[in-house]
Design a protein around this ligand. Structure first.
Ligand SMILES: NC(=O)c1ccc[n+]([C@@H]2O[C@H](COP(=O)([O-])OP(=O)(O)OC[C@H]3O[C@@H](n4cnc5c(N)ncnc54)[C@H](OP(=O)(O)O)[C@@H]3O)[C@@H](O)[C@H]2O)c1
Length: 301
């Protein structure tokens, strides 16, 4: 079977399509035929060697997101032929999803949405779980005021829609004028590109997706979560009673099931900027790197 592998770090031209043996699913694992995956910032950082210590050893198969068809369900309760999505925590497990067949723990897998194609569904697992788990940490509930920094990105755009569906009042910082309409259309009340526009607004919670560190925006006693690991820790706000974290995404089939329901009930709309074939993996990374995206880069198998 085919897999995307690197044997050294560097620019997209280090990505190689290689023939490797099929995985044998172990106890509790589901064997899935990959239909599509997508590119996340962590894949880019892993490829260029920016993760450093803690990355799996070379040669390394890449990939976190997966949408596909169950080939061997084992004793998981999934059915052969069922459409599923999954997120593999590639950095901790080394199980990259950019391969024709992938064996993953059943707990990391969920039924795919019926209302979306598998190409669209491949955009959901990593950014969706990051959005969901971070909103849960923020305890953002109906009627509360939430600010999302980077609300038109992959994580921020899903967080915006999930929070809106929960009845949270969401304001948004976006990077460009072209993103303002997206944020408004997906549930944000106040949207701006001006990072100084939020001081003294007293948000119950702030969800920071790019290391904006808008610490003046959060109310005393509030919560501030960043997911921009590489931007470093959130400043200590304990003197104001503000809890802070840099949240790290976890494998979570139950969370994926929640996301699937939100897609199927129309609360969550998925965005594909462009789709590349697996043989175009280098071009797919180049497009990801070029930026100015309005949705995710999907890779079809
Ligand atoms: N900790 C975790 O477990 C975890 C999980 C997932 C992701 N992450 C990290 O979270 C970050 C976001 O991931 P993502 O997939 O959502 O990336 P993304 O799709 O690139 O989203 C980032 C968003 O932030 C915007 N942005 C960047 N700088 C800005 C600025 N100065 N002002 C306003 N907006 C700005 C970007 O706008 P443009 O489109 O104009 O650049 C983009 O819309 C990445 O660093 C990723 O590595 C961490």
């Amino acid at each position: 079977m085919r897999a995307v592998q690197i044997d050294r770090f560097g620019a997209p031209d280090v990505l190689g399509l290689v023939e490797v043996p099929q995985p044998e699913p172990g106890p509790g694992e589901v064997l899935i035929r990959t239909v599509a995956t997508s590119i996340n910032p962590v894949d880019d950082k892993t490829r260029e060697g920016a993760i450093g210590e803690g990355a799996p050893p070379l040669p390394m198969r890449l990939g976190w997101d997966l949408a596909g068809i169950v080939v061997d369900p084992g004793d998981s309760g999934f059915r052969t032929g069922e459409r599923v999505i999954a997120m593999s925590h590639h950095l901790s497990s080394g199980r990259g999803t950019w391969a024709d067949l992938v064996a993953l723990p059943a707990e990391a897998v969920a039924a795919a949405p019926q209302a979306a194609s598998l190409l669209e569904a491949a955009t959901l697992p990593l950014p969706g779980l990051t959005a969901l788990q971070t909103l849960d940490w923020l305890e953002a509930s109906a009627g509360q005021r939430l600010l999302i920094a980077g609300a038109a990105g992959a994580v921020g755009g899903l967080a915006l829609q999930i929070a809106h569906a929960r009845g949270v009042e969401v304001d948004a910082l976006v990077s460009r004028d072209a993103q303002i309409a997206f944020a408004r259309d997906h549930g944000a009340d106040f949207v701006t590109t001006d990072r100084d526009g939020f001081e003294d607004r007293g948000y119950d919670a702030v969800f920071d997706t790019f290391g904006a560190f808008l610490t003046e925006a959060v109310a005393d006693g509030g919560r501030y979560a960043s997911v921009a690991t590489q931007a470093g820790p959130v400043p200590d706000l304990s003197a104001r009673g503000v809890r802070t974290t840099v949240n790290q995404v976890r494998e979570d089939g139950t969370g994926l099931g929640e996301l699937t329901k939100l897609v199927d009930d129309g609360s969550l709309r998925l965005r594909v900027h462009a789709t590349f074939g697996l043989h175009e993996i280098e071009a797919a990374h180049e497009r990801f790197l070029a930026g100015s995206l309005a949705g995710k880069i999907v890779v079809a198998f």
